[in-house]
Design a binder for this molecule. Structure first.
Ligand code: FES
Ligand SMILES: [Fe+2]
Length: 419
């Protein structure tokens, strides 16, 4: 159980707060690269700051504070130019460093004033990687964007799935080190929701947690398993500071502000040998709703939607002073302790853990999981993407073709292993 003060510390996202400053030391995924093929400007909120993300006509991405330095118009309604973003109100133009590079009236009427040279917006670096756009809001110099090994897997389809979740990011991340919830939130509840057909997952009888270079690993033994099972020998990764990696997909819990999280999923589905990507395209992005349109209730039909139900159910800001933790929560406790320790490291001017600055040490970083290469369920005539609801039909068709390539008989038809 935490004190109210400790509880509050864990949930801060604003600049100048201890957790806000810690999270600013890490690159955060904020959108899909492909979104900018059709719409070059997007309003972004990240770590409590209102920003605008754009791709100019020469292909350069910029991330600037949302409001124009002149009279504060909203730059997410601006105009992208060959270089930079132009405010729609009086035409001031900024480049990706935030520097004002044009003031149409002043440049013409008072060129000797060089007023634009004195104007600069707050700007943050943006990088594209693995189909995602990543932002870094911390102090310079920015660390390297981690080069996780799965980003190099080539022969497969990648889905980038975004959901806005109306609660604090840290309670979402605590779910990344919670093996027992799988048995109940996903398996037993699903068994109930489908009318008690089939069988729920075997009971957990042992869990284990270990820290390693990139975060924590959690392990489980369920009835019928022994300690040679990969879920015990290898486990699953709670990736520091705000992600889960299961062997076939990543889930980031990105702090939008204190009471909003952007869930970003990166799902890989391998092609069967000899098969090519349908349509020749690797990355597909989509936004998944969190509520049923008809009832206004949380969607409960898919794995991550079930997680969302648990997270938002804890309240917009979970009150950990009211909890009663049990031995199954040892991983949660370890992660909280590590967060407090790392807030101190940053407050004292140090680099926190899992920061990469040497390019030689940031190449295809291997995570402790065998590549499973499939995020789907059993290979059937109509495979269903199991993680998030309302996959667009054109992406569902590509997914169907990728899964169908495997046929019925190979190892990829076994169904997924627990998260
Ligand atoms: S408010 Fe942006 S140019 Fe005037
Ligand atoms: Fe889960």
């Amino acid at each position: 159980m935490l004190t109210e003060e400790e509880n509050a510390l864990l949930m801060q996202t604003q600049p100048g707060t201890r957790m806000g400053e810690l999270m600013r030391r890490y690159w955060q995924p904020i959108a899909a690269v492909g979104e900018f093929d059709t719409q070059p400007i997007k309003a972004i909120r990240l770590l409590g700051e209102d920003l605008v993300l754009y791709k100019d006509r020469s292909g350069t991405f910029g991330l600037l504070e949302r409001h124009c330095a002149h009279r504060r118009a909203d730059l997410s309604y601006g105009v992208v130019e060959d270089c930079g973003l132009r405010c729609n109100y009086h035409g001031w133009r900024y480049d990706e460093t935030g520097q004002c590079i044009e003031q149409p009236f002043d440049d013409l009427a008072y060129p000797e004033a060089h007023f634009k040279e004195k104007i600069r917006l707050r700007a943050y670096p943006v990088q594209a990687k693995a189909g995602l756009l990543w932002a870094y809001l911390g102090p310079s110099p920015a660390p390297l964007l981690p080069d996780w090994g799965p980003f190099h897997w080539e022969n497969g389809m990648v889905q980038l799935v975004f959901t806005e979740v109306p609660c604090n990011w840290f309670q979402c991340q605590e779910n990344s080190i919670d093996p027992v919830h799988f048995e109940w939130l996903h398996s037993y509840w699903s068994y109930e929701l489908r009318g008690r057909s089939g069988a729920p997952a075997p009971r957990h009888i042992k869990v284990g947690f270990d820290e390693f270079d990139y975060g924590f690993v959690y392990r489980r033994i369920q009835e019928g398993m022994d300690e040679t099972h990969p879920l015990w020998t290898v486990g699953r990764t709670c990736l520091w500071p705000n992600a889960l990696y299961t062997g076939d997909h990543f889930e980031w819990r990105v702090p939008v502000d204190d009471t909003t999280t952007l869930s970003v999923g990166w799902f890989f589905d391998a092609l069967a040998p000899g098969h090519e990507l349908p349509g020749g395209k690797r990355y597909y992005h989509w936004y998944s709703p969190i509520k049923e349109a008809e009832t206004g209730r949380w969607i409960n039909s898919h794995t991550m939607n079930q997680d969302f139900v648990a997270w938002v159910g804890q309240g917009a800001l979970a009150d950990r002073s009211l909890e009663h933790l049990s031995p199954s929560d040892r991983g949660v406790i370890l992660m909280r302790q590590k967060m407090f320790e790392q807030m101190d490291v940053v407050a004292e001017g140090g680099d926190p853990t899992n920061i990469f600055r040497d390019p030689a040490l940031n190449r295809e970083l291997q995570l402790p999981h065998p590549r499973t290469g499939t995020s789907g369920g059993p290979v059937t005539a109509s495979p269903r993407f199991p993680f998030l609801a309302e996959q667009p039909s054109e992406i569902a068709e590509i997914y169907r073709q990728v899964k169908a390539g495997w046929g019925q008989a190979d190892g990829y038809g076994r169904g997924r292993t627990p998260d």
